[in-house]
Structure formats: C-alpha cells, structure tokens
Design a protein around this ligand. Structure first.
Ligand SMILES: N[C@@H](CCC(=O)N[C@@H](CS)C(=O)NCC(=O)O)C(=O)O
Length: 202
C-alpha cells in the first residue's frame, strides 16, 4: 500500500498513526505542500480537491484521512482500533464526528495563528476560544467515564484528535486542555503511544 502526503500534515499523521498502530507497512510518497505539489495534476488525479493525503491499496484508491483510517482498520485491523459491537462503533463514530465538526475547525484557528503565523483576527480567535472550551468540556465529560473516547480501548476515535493536539501544545490555548484533567490525562496516555510518537516524527 502507498500513502501520498507530507510528514508534517495533520491529516497525513492520522493515517500514519493508524498504520503504525496496526503494524502495516507502506510506501510513502512526499507531496510537498511548500512547492504546491498538492495542486499539480498528479495529485489532483488522486485527490480531486487538491489536498493531502491520498492512498492506494491494490485497486482501492482513497482520499479523506478519516475514510482512509476506517478502511485500514476494517481491511487490515483484525479487530484493532474499531470496537466490535454496534454501540462501541457508534461511540467511536460520535468521537470522530465531534472531532471533525466541533474540535478541529476551532483548534485550527489557533494552529494557523500561532504555528503557521497566519493572523486570524481577534473576533475569530475569541469565538474559536469559546467554542473550543465548550468542546473540551464535552470531551472531559466523556473521559470522566471511560479512559478512551469510545470506551475501554484506544480506537480511531482517539487517533483523529492527536495531530491537532500535538500542534495545539505549541500554542497558549493548550492551557485550556491542561485545565481539563480528564482530557489532559487522556492526551498524555495517547501521545505516549509508540504509534503516535513515530507518526509525529519522534
Ligand atoms: N478532510 C480532508 C482535509 C485534507 C486537508 O485539508 N489537508 C491539508 C493538509 S493537513 C492540505 O492538503 N492543505 C493544503 C491546502 O488546503 O491547500 C482530510 O481529512 O483528508
């Protein structure tokens, strides 16, 4: 199988972490964002929206990081990273939906502002802070009951958050994560996993 992406990209790192956790080997082809390679024809054929990552496994061709992670767990996971029962799978998918809808858009506002130095404006930052705090409260409530977002085990529902938290840790907003004891302990637990350490380039 082959992954096309960039080692610093949040969406690429989700997929790399999933591959590492599952122990599947892969080829990696760099799509250099700094050189605009994601907008070139070769990448557009794999990812029609001109983004990374994209993925090939034989004749299976995919894009969208969360879809690739789900495919990897289904096709190569042998029960790892996805709960076996319907209720557990629903909790995992809920965690992924919360991440995509209510966490990442607000987290990215601060990552653009502080890490990529793209000023977001005071109004947007204030609104993102309020929304992020609310999402962190919801996550803290879930994690007060179970060690991982879908229950007792580490799943894709946890992996999808890690790339954004890794970059948020470089911003002043990480104080909001640290202020929530269950989220903070969960982040420590997840980020210490060798699968994440390797995906983050350590
Ligand atoms: N929903 C897509 C988002 C992909 C995405 O936004 N990728 C970023 C890198 S993490 C990218 O290609 N950015 C370059 C651009 O938007 O021009 C996914 O999960 O794969």
């Amino acid at each position: 199988m082959k992954l096309f992406g960039h080692p610093g990209s949040t969406c690429t790192r989700k997929v790399l972490c999933t591959m590492n956790e599952l122990g599947v080997s892969h080829e990696f082809e760099l799509v250099d964002l700094a050189k605009g390679e994601h907008k070139l024809e070769a990448n557009l054929k794999r990812q029609p929206f001109g983004k990374i990552p994209s993925f090939e496994d034989g004749d299976v061709r995919l894009f969208e990081s969360r879809t690739i992670c789900r495919y990897l767990s289904d096709a190569h996971g042998q029960g790892k990273l996805t709960p076996a029962d319907a209720a557990g799978r629903a909790r995992m998918n809920l965690a992924i939906d919360i991440e995509a809808s209510y966490f990442t858009p607000h987290a990215m506002t601060f990552i653009y502002e502080h890490v990529f130095k793209r000023p977001q404006g005071d109004e947007k930052l204030a609104s993102a802070q309020q929304s992020l705090d609310h999402t962190l409260d919801v996550l803290d409530g879930i994690l007060a009951r179970t060690p991982y977002l879908a229950g007792a085990d580490f799943t894709l529902g946890d992996i999808v958050y890690l790339p954004y938290l890794e970059y948020l840790a470089l911003t002043p907003v990480f104080a909001s994560v640290k202020a929530r004891p269950n989220v903070s302990a969960w982040w420590t637990r997840c980020s210490e996993r060798p699968g994440w350490q390797k995906a983050a380039g350590r």
